[in-house]
Design a protein around this ligand. Structure first.
Ligand code: C2O
Ligand code: CU
Ligand code: CU
Length: 498
């Protein structure tokens, strides 16, 4: 299908006033339920903001029989966002989000995940290379009251990964309720001088947005377009304050939002350096003043606060500068504005500061196009009321969409044939972005990734290598990481076979 229409928000409202199902050119059905703004505003006025940035507990695991063992329990918790009110949340081992799991490359890990939520869910290790039965995707359901044991060897590079529920049709709700945590992989061989004092100069930032009602509850309106909130939470606290030591600080940014993209930067437009992508370090630090992250993507950045004691700067999202992100997406005022995410107060330097920016971070063993044995295409499409599809079909738990041979290198060509952007995510592997509409990706995307944003009408080509694990029956997923799109069917399954 070629270019069809471009409707403004006003046109939507006019159509919806008619109240009926309207068929527009291009064959898209519009129904009232998709024509409203979808995302209501928070009705809470008196919110607890500006608290110190919470740092999730670091869990290093317990060594038992040569394996590192971690225990996670999912259950309901309570957090206060409106004074005097309790917000019911879901979390791992606490009240909101979960501990940061620290794992070493080469370690064999065992994670016991207990479900006390009162409903089934799963826990997926996003970005980790592992056997499909250990992936925690929609097939590894943990019923209420049960414990699921995941066990695998860490083969990934040093980077920031994360874990979150992945139940068919329920991922968006479960993540929104608070279930998500970071998983940091460290490579004992890595001797780079990077800030690594967790909670001091090595800071996890899980950025999410919520709609909060006057009674304190998280409002989950469940629109298919994607739920975007108007309150910004970092590590579970609304626009918190972080006391940064006056030295190089490493931030591990995760866009843990259901549907909102961020265009990170600082209120004084200062330069910072990206050192890592989803699945590894870049070859060298890349200087930036803006960093776009879509849902599920991570980035590690270094910010230099040396000599800046007693100053203040804000981490913000310059969302008004994002082009072509919301052409047909009714949402809320934040989409067209620049908004605060966190305040940074610079305080005295800590012991053992990192004093210089490394010039080189190592080399990436780049897969070459010539190594690829096969190119597959993935066409992303959506209707406003119809299904979200990849190659014309919506997710079906009983259908394997792609069969890949182990030890093959393949090019996957992701074609966005819709007017909304979609972050495309592949389980099990890390990939390299070859081209965006024929051109090489920007320098800060030239590292290992597991999620890549594909803009409206854009084609992104990625290259990856499938290794180690085969299973003809248990699939891995590929999907859009806007969680509502994933739940609405923009997901498919692949198996890796002998
Ligand atoms: Cu972050 Cu299929 O998931
Ligand atoms: Cu994943
Ligand atoms: Cu999508």
């Amino acid at each position: 299908m070629t270019k069809r229409f471009h409707v403004s928000r006003r046109t939507f409202l006019k159509i919806s006033a008619g109240g009926a199902v309207v068929l527009l050119g291009g064959g898209y059905l519009f129904r009232d339920q998709f024509l409203n703004d979808g995302n209501p505003s928070s009705t809470a006025t008196d919110l607890v903001r500006g608290q110190p940035l919470p740092i999730p507990n670091l869990m290093t695991g317990t060594e038992i029989d040569g394996k590192q063992v971690y225990d996670l329990t999912m259950k309901q918790g309570f957090t206060t966002y409106v004074p005097g009110r309790q917000t019911a949340t879901f979390a791992y081992n606490g009240n909101i989000l979960g501990p940061t799991l620290l794992m070493r490359k080469g370690d064999e890990v065992v994670i016991n995940v207990t479900n006390q939520l009162g409903e089934p869910t799963t826990t997926h290790w996003h970005g980790i290379h592992l056997p499909a039965i250990m992936d925690g995707g929609p097939h590894q359901i943990i019923d209420n009251g049960n414990t699921w044991q995941a066990q695998y060897t860490i083969m990934n590079e040093e980077a920031t990964f994360w874990y979150h529920p992945h139940l068919e049709g329920k991922t968006a709700e479960h993540v929104y309720a608070g279930l998500a945590g970071l998983l940091i992989v460290k490579d004992p061989q890595n001797e780079l001088a990077l800030p690594d004092q967790y909670g001091i100069d090595d800071i996890p930032l899980i950025v999410q947005d919520k709609i909060i009602d006057a009674d304190g509850s998280f409002n989950y309106p469940g629109t298919n377009f994607g739920v975007k909130g108007d309150q910004l939470l970092v590590n579970g606290a609304i626009t918190p304050v972080f006391d940064a030591p006056a030295q190089f600080v490493r931030f591990r940014l995760l866009n843990g939002s259901n549907a909102r993209f961020y265009n990170f930067g600082f209120s004084d437009d200062r330069q910072f350096h990206q050192i890592g992508t989803d699945g590894g370090l870049l070859e060298r630090p890349v200087a930036l003043t803006r960093l776009r992250l879509s849902n599920g993507e991570r980035a590690e950045i270094l910010v230099d606060f040396t000599g800046q004691e007693n100053s203040q700067v804000r981490l913000v999202s310059f969302s008004s500068e994002l082009d072509n992100i919301n052409p047909i997406w009714n949402s809320n005022a934040l989409d067209d504005s620049t908004f605060d995410i966190m305040t940074i107060d610079v305080v005295s330097a800590s012991a053992n500061p990192t004093t210089a920016l490394p010039t080189s971070l190592g080399s990436i063993d780049r897969l070459q196009e010539g190594q690829s044995t096969r190119t597959r295409s993935f066409v992303l499409e959506m209707g406003f009321s119809g299904p979200m599809t990849i190659n014309g079909v919506s997710m079906d738990m009983n259908r394997i969409d792609q069969t890949v041979k182990v030890n093959d290198t393949e090019i996957w060509e992701v074609i966005n044939n819709s007017d909304m952007p979609h972050p495309f995510h592949v389980h099990d592997v890390q990939f390299l972005v070859l081209t965006r509409d024929g051109s090489p990706p920007p320098e800060n995307e030239a590292g290992w990734k597991d999620t890549v944003l594909v803009m409206p009408r854009e084609t992104v080509r990625i290259i990856t290598h499938f290794s180690d694990y085969t299973d003809p029956d248990k699939p891995y997923m590929f999907h859009c990481h806007i969680l509502e799109h994933e739940d609405a069917g923009m997901m498919g399954q692949f198996v890796v076979v002998e």
